[in-house]
Design a protein around this ligand. Structure first.
Ligand code: G3P
Length: 214
């Protein structure tokens, strides 16, 4: 399973990449706004740190998305063009596929949308699990359903679990067989922790002190 960080902060990417476990980054306009980041230099800086960086188009028509896809993909070979799950987005996914430009389909909320994006040739689809939880649904059930559908066909499209809110989402994504999780920085910081790891390490260190003092 690949692990991405969901952020527009280059510093956060650098820190998590230093753990040796980071495969990529996803950004979106809301994250860019929150970080107060400049889009193009931020994407380029991230591309120097990891191999797959999703940069989202902001046009809503096919021609506009095509132009942005061409521009973003010229910035760096690690750019993945992120396209919304709309009819214009589907046209863009198919066009990008024909040009060899990798894509990530954002705002996926149903198996039907996932199938359409896969048929259009998306490299990745991003079902937003947290936002489904927010409206009283079980977001991870969508991942399990998409995985079950994928097991019946030969879609090459990778299932990227997005809108992750906690460690439990990551656990369920791994058990379901998702290809990728994109994880916010604050959830990344929780992933290495376990009470028994901390207690066990403390005991080992205390015992080692006793060995040394003998
Ligand atoms: O990758 C998608 C993500 O940025 C959306 O997360 O927390 O705004 O639903 P959230």
């Amino acid at each position: 399973m690949k692990l991405f960080i969901d952020t527009a902060s280059v510093e956060e990417v650098r820190e998590i990449a230093s753990w040796g476990i980071l495969d990529g980054v996803t950004t979106n306009p809301s994250l860019v706004l929150k970080a107060g980041a400049e889009f193009e230099p931020t994407v380029k800086a991230m591309c120097a740190l990891v191999k797959e960086v999703s940069a989202q188009v902001t046009a809503s028509d096919f021609a506009g998305m095509q132009e942005q896809a061409k521009e973003y993909s010229s910035w760096h070979k690690h750019v993945v063009v992120k396209v919304p799950m709309t009819v214009e987005g589907l046209k863009t996914l198919a066009w990008c596929k024909s040009k060899g430009i990798p894509t990530n389909t954002t705002l996926v909320f149903s198996v039907a949308q996932a199938v359409l994006a896969a048929k259009a040739g998306a490299t990745m689809i991003s079902p937003f699990v947290g936002r489904l939880d927010d409206i009283g649904e079980d977001g991870m059930k969508l991942i399990e359903d998409i995985r079950a559908a994928w097991d019946r066909y030969d879609f090459a499209t990778q299932i990227l679990v997005a809108s992750i809110r906690d460690v439990e989402h990551v656990r369920r994504a791994a058990v379901a067989g998702a290809h990728i999780c994109t994880i916010p920085y604050k959830v990344f910081l929780e992933l290495p922790k376990h009470d028994l790891t901390e207690k066990g390490l403390q005991k080992f260190l205390e015992d080692w002190e006793s060995v040394q003092s003998k």
